[in-house]
Design a protein around this ligand. Sequence first.
Ligand SMILES: [Zn+2]
Length: 371
Amino acid sequence: MPQDDEGNFLKSLGFPQVRVHHSLNHFDFTKPGRRILVIGPMGSGKTEYSARIWRDSRVARKKGDGVAALTTTGMADRRNVFFIRYSVDSERFTDYPPDALAYRGGYERCGDMIAQIRSSFELDALIAAHPEVGTWVVDEASFYDERIAYVMRNWSEKTGAVFIFPTLVLNFRREIFNATARLLLDTATDVFPLTAYCEHSDCIADSFYTYRYYQVDGIECPALYFDPLIIIGGDREKDDPLEPNYCTRCDLHHYMPGKEFTFFILKPLGETASRGDLAPLKRELWQIKNEREQSDLYRFFKERFLDCENPEPKNMDSLRVDCIAERALIYLFAEQNLVTADQLIRIADELRLDKDYLEKRLSDNRRPLAL
Ligand SMILES: [Zn+2]
């Protein structure tokens, strides 16, 4: 029901003038051919949302033929719901049965209507094997190859099937997570945004953003903008300055220093390197590693975050982490393609950078190098 009608309806029942919010509806199995994006940060209840669709489907399936006619297109009944999880996900919930759809605070058992897959090709196979299924819930769809967006769109257009994809859309930089997330946005017909409370201890605002930070000597240190994009294995809370933690934060408490530095100084140094002149980049990385306070990075941050009208000292804590030179170099090599593999190896040798860290993060970001 449109919001105005809803307001008039409530008023006609004798409700006073109140602010009317969207009602939290049960899932509508009658509308065919939808691609529903459910977006929200960690802790916003994306999986719980999926579990509710499962519970709604159980109620809807008990209805008679009149309802079946509304929810069925061809062979597929949209009240038949199938869950798809990304294959590494089960490691997170080892305490539950293998067929459980687990969320914070509970789980639903889905029997043979749940599967784990790794690629869009495996989704093709599942769809072909289950022509009776009309609703597919694909959890964390952004983790798959880009092709999955078109597999879902084409199948839903062809058969009226509904696809629901609860997923993260923004990364810790508050940018679109990856190319797959971009295509999911392009091909979706409906979007449900979910929010979570900001996890800052002095705040309870509705929040959308994923915040990455490190714990160094008990201090929360915001990740720098040029921190490696992908870091595999970040779920539990860690007190290791090289392993990140994540939480949900509002705009005000989502600290992410270094974006301006990245484009104003770091990337131009990479561009100079790509033209064959490695010296300026090497000098800056050497200073970051050995004479931090002489580096452009430190001077830039000091000017922006301390010596200014509205100081933001929290942002200075981002410089407490180790391996900042390594992180900058990974960014220029793996994301910007401005530094060649040979140049990276040479810099790592000459500046005695942490090769274990470099190798691990380069492999996380699918640009493995043997140093
Ligand atoms: Zn906040």
